[in-house]
Design a protein around this ligand. Structure first.
Ligand SMILES: NC(=O)c1ccc[n+]([C@@H]2O[C@H](COP(=O)([O-])OP(=O)(O)OC[C@H]3O[C@@H](n4cnc5c(N)ncnc54)[C@H](OP(=O)(O)O)[C@@H]3O)[C@@H](O)[C@H]2O)c1
Ligand SMILES: CC(C)(CO)[C@@H](O)C(=O)[O-]
Length: 296
């Protein structure tokens, strides 16, 4: 929406036709025209590809990524998690060659993969229709020279872009929001205001402290104060704020639990860290995510 509003030629790449993006923020609604492409070959050369599927749908977008980056260009990975570059790098540019059709075989240099931590609270209320609630920043990207052109493009489109000198820590800090708020809202069926209730806040703190221990074992620099700050930040989000996982639960879509809570549990086990609270949430999320076997 921001890029279209700034006059960039935006192409929505997806399964359903889309001619406009409607964004409501507070009392104001704006509609931006976009082109729609049903297949990668319809798009043509692009400067920036934005990947905004759920983590578990990344493989499904492989052909898009390979073709759109075959002649270079950057990829902004607007996904939660901590391993955006490892996940998407192999699907981009020359590395994604094996995903391409025979008619788009030009080798091309590998595109630059820029991970983005998204702080916009976005609620997709209908196809192409989004309600956003914004906080102190919209996106965090690495403060590297490689990421700078993408950061400049996004900032030029009016987004509040923070450039982080320690992106690994920033990614883990964002991960803290997702391994606490997302599972708890999805399992309770309540928006983020549920985190203000004392027993729920205590559970969230247990989840957060385990995640901080895992993050630091992975090289991040987080403290107990970060866990507290993240919980306070979540508790003071704009009224009505939701989570991506609660939206998936309500819509009957598969949950993103493996990429988020599953990462904490796997890494916790690898480092010998007690991740009991996260493991409990993971087992419940696995049980309610569509596709889980329901035995009674
Ligand atoms: N929502 C938020 O507030 C928020 C905030 C921060 C971070 N995030 C993160 O951002 C990422 C995206 O989340 P979201 O909430 O924006 O998800 P979303 O509303 O579920 O949107 C994902 C989109 O990806 C499309 N898609 C999936 N597989 C595809 C494929 N193979 N080809 C083409 N399109 C495909 C879906 O298409 P269909 O409509 O056809 O299913 C859907 O439109 C996640 O990692 C999430 O954790 C979200
Ligand atoms: C947890 C969250 C609301 C924080 O912005 C968001 O990342 C989400 O919904 O995934």
């Amino acid at each position: 929406g921001a890029l279209a509003a700034a006059g960039h030629d935006v192409v929505a790449c997806g399964r359903r036709p889309l001619s406009n993006i409607e964004v409501t923020e507070g009392d104001s609604t704006a509609t931006y025209p976009v082109r729609w492409a049903a297949a990668p070959g319809e798009v043509g050369p692009v400067a920036l590809t934005v990947l905004a599927t759920k983590i578990h749908d990344t493989g499904g977008a492989a052909e898009w990524l390979a073709v759109l980056t075959s002649a270079g260009g950057s990829v902004l990975v607007a996904q939660n998690g901590v391993d955006q570059v490892e996940r998407v790098g192999p699907l981009v540019g020359a590395a994604g060659e094996h995903h391409r059709g025979t008619d788009s075989a030009g080798a091309g240099s590998a595109g630059t993969v820029v991970p983005a931590l998204v702080y916009v609270n976005a609620e997709r209320v209908a196809p192409g229709v989004v309600r956003t609630r914004r906080s102190d920043r919209d996106l965090v990207v690495p403060g590297t020279d490689e990421a700078a052109p993408v950061a400049d493009l996004l900032a030029g489109a009016g987004l509040a872009v923070e450039r982080s000198a320690d992106f690994a820590t920033a990614a883990w800090r964002k991960m803290l929001t997702n391994v606490s708020a997302n599972p708890i809202t999805a399992l309770t069926g309540r928006r983020v205001e549920v985190l203000a209730e004392q027993p729920v806040a205590e559970l969230a703190m247990r989840v957060l402290r385990e995640a901080v221990a895992v993050a630091n074992a992975e090289g991040a620099q987080l403290t107990d104060a970060d866990a507290h700050e993240v919980l306070t930040w979540l508790q003071t989000l704009a009224p009505g704020s939701t989570t991506s996982m609660l939206q998936d639960r309500d819509a009957g879509r598969p949950l993103e639990h493996d990429g988020l809570t599953g990462t904490i549990v796997r890494l916790g086990d690898r480092h010998g860290i007690d991740v009991g609270a996260n493991r409990t949430l993971l087992s419940l999320l696995s049980a309610v995510s569509p596709g889980a076997s329901a035995t009674r």
